[in-house]
Design a protein around this ligand. Structure first.
Ligand code: GLV
Ligand code: MN
Ligand code: MN
Length: 456
């Protein structure tokens, strides 16, 4: 006897199941007041205590770091193993069956009412940038786990299963290619990356093997589109708009595409005191000119941004002219044609620098993803959930990359942004409030309930 509740009763969407051992165990008719409490405005957290300890658990996650001084947690490290274990423990407590997939994602599953049902996948990433903030990725993980915890505590199951994915790598800082985890799940992992080496000369294949994975089995991580109903992710905004608008949460409309490149400039090393200025082939001076032209090009292609975040010169000594210099370039724009045109112009202008300065400049693209539009039906559900919970519906595009962009290859995707202080992110000053973290978790839960309910 399944009894749909509230709006669900009209749509026959889902049941609330009694979890006690009484003869009626299975299904439960809720009194009207409780229906109102569950489906009324902004009060889900009263029932499940949703997110009550979220800041403490975010602190626990931030304590797992490669450095004692700041938060750095790159993929396939010992710290990745520790965060996976902690996440798996929380998933089990929340009521999920947990496994690690072939690319190292931790996946918790909360079954639907029908066996092997497609899953509403929730998630975010477990890795961080170097000297990271503590909420990028971690907030989305905890919001997703708490969502299942709340459903489990109340004995609610949908026709769809719910899965929570803790993606192995989103930031791409170790191997200079982002979304390794979500691309594995989406079946778009680029096998050529396995040969890429980190700054210590360890290849991605070696790092995965040390982590306990078999790189030849990565394709086993791929999910079939028919097994994924949709993908939802909560994330800090990483920009200032919500704070300016005085809002704690919003729905995301699109995720900007991005290109990452490694540029290597080769000149001639030489004595700093003896080689006349006009006879030099200084790789660092040429690279510096490239950095400025990259900045200038991004400024002139409106809505594109470009960043050189890393540079190293060799031999890196005070009294030696640099013979080689390499640096990273990250170019973003929500309009793919704008980004492509900007990258093309950067490459042409760097070729001019190479000719004028008589150096060699080579460019290797390590990451190239197009922008992604969030599915309109999910945006509508999130906006509806915002109304249910008393938030002013508000929409924003994302300038940052997210696992949702990779998951869009196999599923409809949607995202919820949570306000962060001053819009500051990717650094230790990243800050959010407990209230906003709870608001984001509640909004995810409400959205999942709406989506789960619409199944029938
Ligand atoms: C990920 O955080 C990115 O946008 O680089
Ligand atoms: Mn990030
Ligand atoms: Mn992130």
């Amino acid at each position: 006897m399944a009894v749909p509740v509230g709006n669900a009763r009209r749509r026959g969407r889902f049941s609330v199941q009694c979890t006690c051992a009484c003869p009626n165990a299975g299904d439960l008719i809720l009194p009207v007041e409780l229906e109102t409490r569950i489906y009324g405005r902004g009060i889900l957290s009263e029932i499940s205590n949703l997110g009550a300890d979220i800041m403490e658990r975010l602190d626990q996650m931030a304590g797992i770091s490669e450095s004692g001084e700041h938060l750095t947690r790159r993929c396939y490290t010992r710290e990745h193993r520790r965060i996976s274990d902690l996440t798996a423990k929380w998933m089990r407590v929340a009521g999920m069956e947990v496994r690690e997939d072939a690319v190292g994602n931790v996946i918790g599953r909360y079954d639907g009412r029908t066996p092997r049902a497609p899953a509403i996948v929730l998630g975010s990433h477990l890795d961080t940038v170097v000297r990271a903030g503590r909420y990028d990725g971690a907030l989305g993980m905890l919001a997703a786990i708490d969502c299942v915890r709340s459903l489990n505590e109340r004995g609610i199951r949908f026709d769809d299963a719910i899965e929570v994915a803790g993606f192995a790598d989103e930031e791409g800082v170790r191997f200079q290619s982002a979304f390794l985890g979500s691309r594995g799940m989406a079946g778009s992992f680029d096998g050529d990356l396995l040969e890429r080496r980190d700054e210590n000369g360890i290849s991605l294949a070696e790092a995965m093997t040390t982590f306990g994975l078999d790189p030849s089995r990565i394709c086993d991580a791929a999910r079939r589109p028919e097994d994924v109903r949709c993908y939802l992710e909560v994330h800090i905004e990483q920009g200032p708009v919500l704070e300016i608008e005085g809002l704690s949460v919003c729905a995301v409309t699109a995720i900007a595409g991005a290109v990452r490149m490694t540029v290597t400039v080769t000149g001639t090393a030489g004595h700093a005191g003896t080689v006349p200025m006009n006879a030099r082939r200084d790789a660092l001076a040429a690279a510096s000119e490239c950095v400025l032209l990259i900045e200038d090009t991004a400024k002139r292609h409106s809505q594109s941004v470009a960043t050189v975040g890393r540079m190293s010169a060799s031999p890196g000594t005070t009294n030696v002219i640099p013979g080689t210099t390499s640096f990273s370039v990250d170019v973003r724009a929500s309009v793919d044609d704008v980004r492509r045109a900007a990258v093309k112009e950067m490459q042409q202008r760097m070729a001019d620098v190479a000719a004028r300065r008589n150096v060699k400049i080579s460019v290797e693209k390590s990451h190239d993803v197009n922008g992604v539009t969030c599915s309109s039906w999910i945006v509508e559900e999130i906006a509806g959930a915002m109304e249910d919970l008393g938030h002013r519906p508000f929409l924003l595009p994302s300038g940052a990359g997210h696992d949702a962009a990779a998951m869009a290859g196999i599923a409809d995707v949607g995202m919820i942004f949570v306000r962060c202080s001053g819009g500051i992110s990717h650094c230790p000053e990243e800050e959010i409030t407990r209230e906003d973290a709870i608001a984001g978790s509640n909004l995810l839960l409400r959205t999942v309930e709406r989506i789960g309910g619409y199944r029938n």
